[in-house]
Design a protein around this ligand. Structure first.
Ligand code: BTN
Length: 334
C-alpha cells in the first residue's frame, strides 16, 4: 500500500485527502498516516496540511533506494532484476555470489555504502554512505574471455556519455569537461570521479559470467590526503544536484546501446571514434609504466580491441594492453 500511495501522490500536483486515500485503498486513517510516516523516513518530502491532505514535494529529491532504482529499470527491459543494499561488503562480490547461485544475466546490484569496496590492483575503494553510487552489472556474454576486458571500456563510455549530458551549459566561467583516462577512469576537470572494476569467472574458453563494477563519486566533497589532488565528485566539480537512481538508470540505457554494437561487431570498431573523443590522453605525451621498463610516448588512440596505441620516441608504434601496464601523464596523473 505504501508504494501505491506514493504512486498516487506522484501522479498529481494537488493535495490528496486522507479520506480519499482511506477509501481508495480500503484502510484506516491510522494505516494511511503510518504509510506516510514511513515514506518520510525513506526520504520523501510529503507535506501534510489539515483539511487538505497530503502532497509530495521535491520530486527530484535524491532518494537512493530499492523502489526508486527498480522504477528506473522499468523504463527498459535491459535490467532483469535489481538488488539494493543500504550497506554491503562489495557489490561486485554480491553480484558474483548471485551469479554462482544461478541468477540469469542482466542483474544489477547497487548499494548506498560498501564496507569492503574493491578497487583495481587490489586497492580499496572507499565507499561512504549517502554520497556516491556503487553498482555491479552481471552479464553472461557469448564472447571469448580475452574479449571481456573490452566491456570495461564499453561501460566507461556509457558513464562518460551520461555525465557529459549532465554537464552544465557554459556561462561566464569554464565548466570542467568529462574525459576518459585510458582504459577506464572517468574524469571531470582532470580529476577521477569514477572507477570501474571488471571481474569474471572463466572455464577454458567459456565465460560463466562477467561482473562490471562501477563506483562514482557523486556528492563527496572531501577526499583522503593521498588522493585529494587527483579525485573529485560530480557535484563538487559542477555544483549541480544529482539524482543517483536516475544516474544509474541513464548509464544502463547508454550501456545497453553500446553493448549492442560491441556484441554485434565482437570488438570496439563501432565505438572507437566516440571513445577517442573522450580520451584525455589523445595525442598527448604519456608515461608508460611497463614492468619491463618505463618510457615516454605519444598516445594515438585505441585500436578495435581497446589497446592504447602509442608512438615511442624512436618512432616505433606499440599497442599497449591494459592488464600489463598503466599510463600516466608525463607530469602526473593525466
Ligand atoms: C578503480 O580502482 O578505479 C575501480 C573502482 C571500482 C569500484 C566499484 S564500486 C562498485 C563495485 N564494487 C566494488 O567493490 N568495486 C566496484
Amino acid at each position: 500500500m505504501k508504494s501505491e500511495i506514493l504512486e498516487l501522490l506522484r501522479s498529481t500536483t494537488e493535495y490528496v485527502s486522507g479520506q480519499e486515500l482511506c477509501e481508495r485503498f480500503g484502510v484506516s486513517r491510522t494505516a494511511v498516516w503510518k504509510a506516510i510516516e514511513s515514506l518520510k523516513k525513506d526520504g520523501y518530502t510529503i507535506e501534510a496540511v489539515r483539511n487538505r491532505g497530503y502532497k509530495l514535494s521535491d520530486e527530484d529529491a535524491d532518494i537512493f533506494n530499492e523502489r526508486e532504482l527498480a522504477r528506473e529499470f522499468e523504463k527498459s527491459k535491459f535490467i532483469r532484476k535489481s538488488f539494493f543494499y543500504e550497506t554491503i561488503g562489495s557489490t561486485n562480490t554480491e553480484a558474483k555470489r548471485l551469479a554462482d547461485e544461478g541468477e540469469a544475466e542482466r542483474i544489477l546490484v547497487a548499494a548506498d555504502r560498501q564496507v569492503s569496496g574493491k578497487g583495481r590492483r587490489g586497492r580499496e575503494w572507499v565507499s561512504p554512505a549517502g554520497k556516491n553510487v556503487y553498482f555491479s552489472l552481471m552479464l553472461k556474454p557469448d564472447i571469448y574471455p580475452e574479449k571481456a576486458p573490452m566491456l570495461t571500456l564499453v561501460m566507461a563510455m556509457a558513464v562518460a556519455k551520461v555525465l557529459n549530458h549532465m554537464r552544465p551549459a557554459s556561462t561566464e566561467k569554464d565548466i570542467p569537461e568529462v574525459n576518459i583516462k585510458w582504459p577506464n577512469d572517468i574524469l571531470i576537470g582532470g580529476k577521477k570521479v569514477c572507477g570501474i572494476l571488471t571481474e569474471m569467472s572463466v572455464e577454458n574458453t567459456y565465460i560463466h559470467y562477467v561482473v562490471i563494477g562501477v563506483g562514482i563519486n557523486v556528492k563527496r566533497q572531501s577526499f583522503e590526503k593521498e588522493i585529494s589532488a587527483t579525485a573529485s565528485s560530480v557535484e563538487k566539480e559542477w555544483g549541480i544536484s544529482v539524482n543517483r537512481c536516475n544516474l544509474v538508470g541513464n548509464i544502463m540505457k547508454a550501456f545497453e546501446e553500446y553493448l549492442e554494437s560491441f556484441l554485434e561487431k565482437k570488438d570496439l570498431s563501432g565505438l572507437r571514434e566516440e571513445y577517442e573523443s573522450f580520451l584525455i590522453n589523445m595525442n598527448r605525451e604519456v608515461r608508460i609504466l611497463d614492468p619491463k621498463g618505463e618510457y615516454n610516448a605519444v598516445a594515438r588512440g585505441i585500436n578495435t580491441t581497446g589497446e592504447l596505441i602509442v608512438k615511442k620516441e624512436d618512432g616505433q608504434i606499440v599497442n599497449i594492453y591494459a592488464g600489463e601496464v598503466s599510463v600516466r601523464g608525463i607530469y602526473g596523473y593525466t
